[in-house]
Design a protein around this ligand. Structure first.
Ligand code: KG4
Ligand code: ZN
Length: 340
């Protein structure tokens, strides 16, 4: 069985070819980071236009790398939820066109489930049931994952996503986009205890939820007092202050993420944690997760760096649906918001 998977939920245009033993025959990711850099965040209209330009060359390059012909494909998997509406539409339209032209069935991929499935791809062993954690630019959620496609939401952020907070704080510190890697780099030279920052909801021992907007605002007030201009205060920051603020913010955010992951494990009684999404690329977060796993004895699987940020390899989750013959009609729609 050979599967072509497409991913265009946000600002990466990606395709991959994977077989039913989960071997990756080819994977191509065209990043749009440079296009969005000067805006400090993803601009949806720019993202969807860039997907339109890139999707066909990315698919062609993927098939060339895999050295296969379209007739050899079993099905086409495509991420249709959640994400930016315009971006999702490009991937879905391409997938439908190919499904019709090549006479192949269409398989829907849930992008958040795919982020957890990145752990299954990396582990090369069964990882379900587990607590699944997705920490990305758009989501910060914990799930009870019975199997690859049966997810129950345990809790999520009530305001900003963790990655969004990294991006916004980076911008306040005058660092480049995407903010996560820039904060990580600056934090390496900083003192995580230099600034006292809040750990929102962490003290609420029964509640599986995250909140990052107050933490972001607390950083803002450390840079510039209430009412004063952020821009001029950012320009006055020394590199040591930037490093200390980055380190203090990063530690506070990670305290919340690790604390709630541990709470989800306790509440569910599950003994395995799978973590995916762009923020899971953060070295300090990975260290802290490993330390928690060591003290609690939990089986921890964190997606490898290349599979943390958006890619089409994690779309291999579509194979689970192919096995159950869960194909979609050409009426398949996009669902930008996913309320689960
Ligand atoms: O999963 P992803 O590629 O896209 C979404 O589905 O949102 O995640 C992107 C997010 C961005 O907010 C980016 O700043 C963050 O992941 N990120 C990181 C790191 N690398 C990427 N955050 C913290 N540390 C990193 N090393
Ligand atoms: Zn993602």
């Amino acid at each position: 069985m050979l599967l072509l998977t497409l991913e265009s939920t946000c600002d990466e245009t990606a395709a991959a070819v994977i077989d039913d033993r989960l071997e990756v025959l080819a994977s191509v990711v065209a990043s749009q980071d440079r296009l969005h850099e000067k805006y400090g965040g993803v601009v949806p209209e720019i993202a969807s236009r860039a997907h339109v330009e890139r999707i066909v060359p990315v698919i062609q390059e993927t098939l060339d790398q895999a050295n296969i012909r379209s007739e050899q494909l079993t099905a086409i998997g495509v991420a249709n939820t959640p994400g930016l509406a315009g971006s999702l539409l490009v991937g879905l339209s391409a997938a439908k066109a190919l499904a019709v032209a090549w006479g192949k069935p269409l398989v829907a991929v849930n992008h958040l489930q795919a982020h957890v499935y990145a752990c299954r791809m990396a582990a090369r062993r069964e990882v379900f049931p587990c607590v699944g954690m997705v920490v990305s630019g758009g989501h910060t959620s914990l799930y009870r994952c019975q199997d690859a496609v049966d997810f129950e939401l345990l809790g999520s952020t009530i305001d900003d996503a963790a990655g969004e907070a990294f991006d916004k704080v980076a911008s306040m510190l005058g660092l480049t986009y995407p903010g996560g890697p820039a904060i990580q780099k600056a934090a390496a030279a900083g003192n995580p205890q230099a600034y006292q920052l809040p750990r929102p909801l962490l003290g609420d021992a029964d509640r599986l939820a995250f909140s990052f907007s107050g933490l972001k605002t607390a950083v803002r007030y450390q840079i510039a007092g209430q009412g004063s201009s952020l821009e001029s205060a950012t320009a006055r920051l020394s590199s040591a202050e930037v490093a200390d603020l980055a380190a203090s913010f990063q530690e506070a955010a990670i305290d919340c993420l690790v604390g709630k992951a541990e709470l989800a494990l306790q509440q569910t009684g599950l003994a395995r944690l799978c973590v995916g999404g762009g923020v899971a690329a953060n070295q300090r977060f990975r260290q802290r997760l490993e330390a928690m796993a060591e003290t609690t004895g939990v089986d921890l699987v964190v997606a490898p760096l290349a599979l943390c940020t958006d890619n089409a390899i994690m779309g291999a989750i579509a194979i689970e649906r192919v096995k159950q013959q869960r194909f979609e009609s050409l009426d398949l729609d996009i669902y930008p918001r996913l309320d689960f």
